[in-house]
Design a protein around this ligand. Structure first.
Ligand code: LLP
Length: 417
């Protein structure tokens, strides 16, 4: 999706759809995550249009943003879901997601999570090790069920992304090594309470080139052809998530080109194609609204201390990630170079380095492209209540998560008798 379709200036004032961000800040306070329903819908439809005519299922990677309202909007559009925990399963069910469109990924599914997913009759478990397969077979037997499974195979492809979010290299903890895949598929066929339905891979996140996807897909297709020639029936091919978005200067493939390239690679094969996009669905549909608390002009640096911090948006501190920072009101005046930082007591607590801005105390700033892995990775570090979240729909603003209170934060703690 190109840029921030639903966030634009009107007379030098930044709006989310038809609502001024100033009004949102006044009503809901800051820091506050602001999402656009129109942008989310547009991103989903771009995926679904690109697949037109091809049997497919888009399984939104819930980890990117798990707010119930986001899940509900996607569920209403017909989306499936990729979950990685029992918590995410509960969220999807509560948001009205169809369990028959849920795939369950992750290297460490525990017994309760497996039981809950079997009870819900999900579409597929993406299995990441032989031990996990055996445990699932055992639990399914106890429950008198048959578990649908895919093996997540590690294709050993360099995703050319940040090392912390690269998952498809043989040294990563993810997936079953390619060399073992056939043996484990045949072992799975002998198990009484699992049923093989698919083949799965995921090579990493924020990929800005198409080649690694194609390389991984080709490796998967070779394996798929071998398995089928050995008499195994594979009903779907899950090619994972990972399509990047534009944060700064990147130029990732468009959703349309990415999906088209996958479809061409899969060719005439009859398998249903699954994908697990997270960031490319929600990343540019949200921003983090924050207010300048103080300006501090040290001899060699100018600091803008804002009320959002690394606990609200961890990506800069964790990956040195870049998020564009825009003034909510564009104004004339001297431009200075600022370190935009939060109130948390760590030097790593920054939102942006060396940003050229015209600022005064109490100004509002919009930290862009914060819809994915923003709120979902937030924490209460420094006993900071988590931000509010709102979703704008035309000229209406819905509060979709109230700001936490300090009382809520400490409610489950106890001092010794
Ligand atoms: N499927 C699986 C199995 C995954 O592990 C992931 C992401 C996805 C799908 C979705 O990938 P996406 O389409 O969003 O790239 N916290 C990091 C990103 C971690 C991604 C983890 N896995 C960040 O903020 O950049």
């Amino acid at each position: 999706m190109s840029g921030f379709i639903s966030f634009a200036y009107q007379h030098d004032q930044l709006f989310a759809e038809s609502v001024s961000l100033i009004d949102i800040a006044n009503e809901f306070g800051t820091p506050c995550y602001v999402y656009s329903r129109a942008a989310l819908t547009a991103a989903y439809q771009e995926f679904s249009r690109a697949f037109a005519g091809r049997d497919h299922l888009i399984c939104y990677a819930v980890k990117a943003n798990s707010n119930l309202a986001i899940l509900n909007v996607l569920a209403r559009l017909g989306s499936g879901f990729d979950i990685v925990s029992g918590g995410e399963l509960q969220r999807v069910l509560k948001a009205g997601g169809n369990p028959r469109k849920i795939v369950f990924s992750g290297v460490g599914k525990n017994q309760e999570e497996m039981r809950a997913a079997l009870a819900a009759d999900i579409l597929c478990f993406n299995i990441e090790s032989e031990m996990e397969l055996l445990r699932l077979n055992q639990i399914a037997q106890e429950m008198n069920k048959v578990a649908p499974v895919s093996l997540r195979v590690n294709p050993d492809v360099d995703a050319k992304t940040h090392p912390y979010i690269s998952t498809g290299l043989k040294e990563n903890k993810f997936g079953i090594p390619m060399a073992e895949a056939e043996r484990i598929y045949h072992a799975a066929r002998e198990l009484s309470h699992v049923h093989i339905t698919g083949l799965d891979c995921h090579i990493g996140s924020q990929l800005t080139e198409i080649d690694p996807f194609i390389e991984a897909s080709n490796k998967m297709l070779n394996l798929l052809d071998r398995l089928e020639s050995q008499g195994l029936h594979i009903a779907h091919l899950d090619l994972g998530g990972g399509l990047g978005i534009r944060y700064n200067q990147e130029s990732p493939p468009s959703i349309k080109d990415y999906v088209a390239a996958l479809c061409v690679t899969v060719g005439q094969r009859k398998q249903r194609i699954l994908i697990e996009p997270g960031r490319s669905l929600v990343g540019n549909t949200g921003l983090l609204l924050t207010r300048v608390e103080y300006l501090k002009h040290a001899p060699h640096r100018n600091f803008a201390i804002v009320d959002a911090a690394m606990n609200d948006l961890m990506r800069p501190a964790l990956y040195d990630a870049y998020h564009e920072i825009l003034p909510v009101i564009k104004k004339a005046g001297a431009v200075s170079t600022y370190q935009v930082v939060g109130p948390v007591c760590e030097t790593g607590d920054f939102i942006g380095h060396d940003r050229k801005l015209t600022l005064a105390k109490d100004d509002l700033l919009a930290v862009m492209s914060a819809g994915a892995y923003g709120m979902s990775m937030s924490s209460n570090y420094n006993t900071r209540p988590r931000a509010a979240e709102v979703m704008v729909d035309g000229d209406t603003v819905h509060l979709i998560r109230a700001r936490e209170t300090i009382e809520q934060l400490i409610a489950s703690e106890k001092v010794l008798d």
